[in-house]
Write a protein of this length. Sequence first.
Length: 502
Amino acid sequence: MLLHKLPLISILISQSLFSGIWILLSSDDRAKNIAISSSIFSLFLGMLLYLGFDTSTANMQFVENYSWIASLKINYYVGIDGISLPLILLTLFINLIIVLTANDLVNQQISYYLGLFFFLQAMVVGVFVALNTFLFYLFWEGMLIPMYLCIGIWGSQLRSYAAIKFFIYTFFGSVIMLLALIYLSIKAGSSSIISFYNLPLSLYEQSFILFALILAFAVKIPMWPVHTWLPDAHTEAPAGGSVILAALMLKVGAYGFFRFCLPITPDACLEASWLMIALSLIAIVNIGLVALAQHDMKRLIAYSSVAHMGFVSLGCFMIYPIFKNSGHLPSAQLALSGAMVQMITHAFGSGGMFLAFGLLYEKIHTRLIADMGGIVQKMPYFTAFFMIFVLSNVGLPGTAGFVGEFMVLVSAVQTNFWVALLAGLTLVLSASYSLFMFKRVFYGPITQANIEKLEDISPHQYIALSLMVIGIFFIGLYPQPLIKIMDKSIANLVQLALQAKF
């Protein structure tokens, strides 16, 4: 196919970087138009990847492999499969949403703000396409700088504290991961990630590698107990930064489980599966209870985000007790597919709530639930959008939030009733804190005079929020196209994850 002959991946990354530079050098007035055009072009390149993608194979596609640092045998090696493609499309879609609402969320240094997000887009896409360990690590660490600057420059009062905490947590885990990647590269005689999949490793080696990898990936997801940086980062970050954190940056940690932990260290993952399941359940239940006690609306959404990401790590490691108890491969594949779908759908529920809250905060300048009320009287269209985001976050059937969680719960029921019951508690907890917050903020009594002066959303805000809603209902009502993209890659990953190495 002609599309496969084009270096579309390199074009997408390069275009993101050049767009970021162009926007940085532009005036604030021109930056928005350049950013919108660049986002649309990025999405066009993503659609070319989608149109040229062959769903009948688990092999890497659109592969580019060039010598990069010959003395160290390091290649520029990139490609996509059914796991990375949906995440790339999600990245490009979310970046367009952020660009459309940029002027409503920040009021200073717009060109720098937009430029950083294009650099971040390049780094996140790079993580999802890198097939060389050192290229992966370069993109992985590259994500930290734009997000650190985003929180530190455009954040709230405690932005410096939140930015430094975010950087320290994520950087420390990444350094340990680098040691594991170096060890694997030496052992395999190659820095190709694919070459690690058939590399014979003892349980001792796998355990060391898994610990180093999980430390980095668990911080990014984030899993309990290394989650404490996220509520602070979400609370202090500008709305665009919170959307990127919830919709994209948390996903790179879960992506690490798919690309590294499960296929490279299957025996160690089997041994650690119940620990990982326990930590996931703690995140789902305990963090849900913490969210229930929040008075800060943005912090409540942040804790809710952590709780729902617990389903991703739960689905990843449920494949081991499923296979051990029943030997049923389709059930194991359902759990992993559910985790993957949850990664995508979480972006629309939590990401949409962060985006909508950011638009509201710029009007009322308070995060406290007690200071809000009666917003439906002044902003009925905005209220309707926020209600859809809340219902998706709760997991209402027909919305995107239901699909991934349902798939994980069904697979859990087949394995352990108590695991499924504890995981299912998040639906009750999520409904409790989400609906309480929605009722108080939008239908409670008006407590502030500035709410009387509110105006409903503008046309371009309506477009941005409508795009998020379309995603929620499209995936919620017809998830088959998404599942079809990932089906062969997930099936291949399950085989690798369940194949002993010694």
